[in-house]
Unconditional design. Structure first.
Length: 482
């Protein structure tokens, strides 16, 4: 973050007021979105006590904070954030002067650990909120050049957002040689992550069913009509004509963004062929294969003046972040239960995504539930990692349809045992209502014909020989017609 304006939502002001009324030492992460000109803060996530710490042994002062635990909290929280949102800084609730030389060294140590765990380029300045009983102070700190660190300020604002929503149908096959088959399962999942990242780089994003130039503003606000005449007015009108978009979702900007804090866009992701060049291909015997399939939802939030490129990058960030997070969680759940290459095919079920709404804001965060886990597990995770208790009505766990586990068959099984033929054979065992009615009609016709010919033989015994050729002709005629 460069030296720009800091905006906070009303929810942040409520959090600050609640901490000012308490005497409990707290610290945690500043969550928000940086739009190039403004840093928009949406939540302050309190760092929970370490699991090894008994009750009553939580940090009581700045010197007792473990920077490594702060980094671990960063890792867990980032996996829960949607695209466009990230950890932007730290906050501390204490009467100590955290910006004194000795205390600021501890703050700087925590920021360095934060930077390490984020594995991304360092913003120019990190905002640090110091919350006291009677005041709240913000200082932006530069790790590269301490002389650029300075006291700043923040303003409360009604933040408005653009939300991008997308659904992906995953179908990602991977093949492994004998050497790769015997490698740890985590390495195979890492290869799948790299393959997804490569596919996203080549993918085409359609916003509202249309391809938009990357330099366009995602949602162009109406330009105020100027009553002044002259060159300035002419330039403004020309700018309006040049940036007008045909996207129908932006036509009602004036009627929606001024009354609501969120505007949604549906995004279709078109993946191309992932084939390699002939020179890059290696012919080798395949010992095992892995196939990742299923439905995956994506969410991203950007500021209302974001460009199409910024919005798409935020959506890609969300896809990669959640894809990597759920595979890592699944891999961690298999510790001590490594899969051997000679075992039968196994169906893995990584956790599914659950969306939870942040308090008093349209922004949603995510949790991941394994098969069999319930919404209560998500509530506990949010309470621990983000420091608030969500309402069940603000929790959506039906974003990703989970198919029931199906039996995985060996590829060399006979075609007669295929699911398609089994289903077809099962269908043929039952009679439809039409077949049942026709069978009854045929039976009645047979009974009626038998009764008719029996009565004819009794009443016309003398004419049997005469009628026999005629009966034969009728039968022959019937055969010809048939």
């Amino acid at each position: 973050m460069s030296n720009k304006r800091i905006l906070v939502s009303g929810h942040i002001s409520s959090q600050i007021e609640a901490w000012q009324e308490s005497d409990i030492f707290s610290y945690g992460l500043v969550l928000g979105h940086f739009g190039g000109k403004e840093l928009m803060v949406v939540h302050l996530a309190r760092t929970p006590p370490e699991e090894s710490e008994a009750e009553g042994k939580e940090p009581k002062s700045l010197s007792e904070i473990d920077p490594g635990w702060v980094g671990e909290h960063v890792k867990q929280v980032r996996a829960m954030l949607p695209g466009g949102m990230d950890v932007q800084g730290l906050f501390f609730v204490t009467e100590e002067d955290i910006f004194q030389n000795k205390n600021e060294a501890k703050v700087t140590e925590c920021l360095k650990k934060l930077k390490t765990y984020m594995k991304m380029e360092e913003p120019v300045l990190w905002p640090v909120f110091h919350i006291r009983r009677k005041s709240t102070q913000v200082k932006v700190i530069s790790l590269a050049d301490p002389h650029k660190s300075k006291i700043s300020s923040f303003d409360e604002s009604d933040l408005q957002w653009l939300c991008l929503k997308a659904n992906l149908i995953l179908d990602q096959p991977s093949a492994f040689t004998e050497e790769k088959t015997n490698c740890p399962f985590k390495e195979k999942l890492d290869a799948a992550v790299k393959k997804m990242e490569f596919a996203l780089e080549k993918a085409i994003m359609l916003i509202g069913g249309q391809f938009r130039p990357s330099s366009d503003q995602l949602c162009q606000p109406p330009v105020a009509t100027s009553t002044k005449s002259g060159k300035k007015s002419g330039k403004k009108e020309q700018y309006k004509d040049d940036t007008t978009t045909t996207d129908a979702s932006c036509d009602e900007y004036d009627g929606t963004m001024r009354t609501k804090s969120l505007k949604e866009f549906d995004v279709d992701i078109l993946f191309g062929e992932s084939g390699s060049n002939l020179d890059d291909c290696i012919v080798s015997d395949i010992n095992s294969r892995m196939h990742i399939t299923g439905k995956m939802c994506a969410r991203a939030f950007v500021h209302r003046y974001a460009t199409v490129e910024q919005a798409i990058n935020a959506l890609k960030m969300d896809i990669m972040r959640t894809f990597r997070a759920r595979l890592e969680m699944h891999c961690d759940s298999l510790v001590g239960d490594e899969i051997q290459g000679d075992e039968l095919p196994i169906l893995h079920e990584p956790p599914r995504r659950v969306n939870i709404k942040l308090p008093h804001t349209p922004i949603t965060v995510s949790d991941f539930l394994f098969p069999g886990e319930t919404q209560e597990e998500s509530v506990k995770a949010v309470e621990e990692m983000l420091g608030f208790t969500p309402n069940f009505e603000h929790l959506d766990d039906e974003l990703e349809i989970v198919a029931s586990p199906q039996h995985i068959r060996m590829e060399d099984e006979s075609r007669a045992e295929s699911p398609v033929l089994e289903k077809r054979a099962l269908t043929n065992q039952y009679c439809s209502p039409l077949h049942f009615i026709l069978s009854i009609l045929v039976a009645l016709a047979a009974i009626g014909g038998s009764y008719y010919f029996t009565m004819s033989e009794e009443t016309q015994e003398d004419e049997v020989v005469i009628d026999e050729p005629a009966a034969f002709d009728e039968t022959a005629a019937f055969d010809d017609e048939f």
